[in-house]
Design a binder for this molecule. Structure first.
Ligand SMILES: NC(=O)c1ccc[n+]([C@@H]2O[C@H](COP(=O)([O-])OP(=O)(O)OC[C@H]3O[C@@H](n4cnc5c(N)ncnc54)[C@H](OP(=O)(O)O)[C@@H]3O)[C@@H](O)[C@H]2O)c1
Length: 318
């Protein structure tokens, strides 16, 4: 099969489109003929900075058609169209993943939408609802709102009835985010995020902050209301996640870490993704795809995702 691989982490051009052995389909696995691949924020971070074994196939997320199943597989059959996640391997023509890491793509949803939805919306749902416990009339601050997780969080937060303060740059992106549910927009490049949140909330701060950026965490705490909740979920900004914890202790604030890799296979979490796939099929949620490339152009696709300030996901077709 063909796949996009790297030997050493670095700029997008480290990705090479090469022949690789077909993956083995283990007893609990399904083998997927990949049709659409979602380039996740974590894929960019890994390709940029994570040393792996040579000929490492990048990628967390894809969708396609099952072409083989392992002997212990109970709930999937050849011919079904599925979305899947795993810790690596999606940037390829074939992908073997445990059946428990797959979801059926409903009729009416494109394979590209199916590839994008589970990680972005599944993670956002966990941040906004399961951990964030966002209530109607509350205010939520969402960092990285134009990114995959952020864009999903904006929609889910608005549907929960909250006031949504979204951090994103660019007039066009801001206009789209407003249409998707953002009440207020902050441009981090020319506005002080903490000061803007305080101004917009009458100095109180946001009831919930969702932070997939990491380098913004100390500011997130400063923008948080007393007894508020901070959900931290990534490090798109690079660097460590160190914060001073004196303030949250004094203000009775709660910090929640979220890592979906450990959760997606739990039945209750897995079912939330099924429900989100149905909502997207019914067009109650919008899976925003910025641009589509071919897998053979993986280096250009990563370059675009990393530098072009996309709105939503960049997808590759096989
Ligand atoms: N823990 C989990 O289970 C989980 C699940 C999914 C994703 N994640 C993580 O969450 C993070 C975001 O993922 P994603 O897929 O949404 O990424 P993405 O689509 O690449 O979006 C990242 C966003 O972060 C913003 N950003 C980048 N650098 C920034 C900085 N220095 N300061 C402020 N904002 C900055 C960007 O906004 P601008 O355009 O304004 O720069 C961009 O919109 C990644 O670290 C990813 O690994 C974690």
């Amino acid at each position: 099969m063909k796949a996009a691989v790297y030997d050493n982490p670095g700029i997008p051009a480290v990705l090479e489109y090469v022949d690789m052995p077909d993956p083995a389909c283990g007893p609990g696995d399904v083998l997927i003929a990949v049709e659409a691949i979602s380039i996740e924020g974590g894929d960019l971070i890994n390709r940029r900075s994570t040393k792996q074994q040579s000929r490492w196939i990048v990628g967390y997320a894809a969708a396609g058609t099952i072409v083989a199943v392992g002997e212990n597989v109970k709930h999937r059959t050849v011919g079904q169209q599925v979305a899947a996640f795993d810790m690596q391997g999606s940037h390829a023509e074939l992908w073997a993943v445990p059946e428990t890491r797959t979801w059926l793509v409903p009729d009416g949803l494109s394979m590209a939408e199916g590839a994008v939805l589970p990680i972005s919306f599944g993670t956002a749902y966990h941040c906004v609802s399961t951990k964030g416990q966002l209530q109607a009339e509350e205010t939520v601050l969402i960092h990285g709102a134009a990114g995959g997780v952020g864009l999903a969080a904006v929609q889910l937060a608005r549907q929960a009835g909250a006031q949504v303060i979204a951090v994103a740059s660019g007039n066009e992106r801001q206009a789209r985010l407003r249409a998707l549910g953002a009440t207020h927009l902050i441009n981090r490049h020319n506005q002080d995020v903490v000061e803007e949140v305080r101004r917009l909330t009458g100095r109180k701060g946001a009831d919930l902050v969702i932070d997939p950026v990491g380098s913004t965490l100390q500011g997130s705490l400063l923008a948080l209301a007393p007894e508020g909740r901070l959900v931290f979920v990534g490090n798109a900004g690079g660097g460590g996640l160190a914060v001073e914890l004196w303030q949250p202790m004094q203000n009775n604030q709660t910090l929640h870490g979220v890592f979906m890799g450990a959760l997606f296979e739990r039945p209750a979490v897995h079912e939330t993704v099924d429900a989100l796939l149905k909502a997207a099929t019914d067009r109650r949620l919008e899976v925003v795809i910025d641009r589509t490339f071919s897998l053979k152009d993986a280096a250009s696709a990563h370059e675009h995702a990393e530098t072009a300030k996309p709105l939503g996901r960049v997808v590759m077709k096989v």
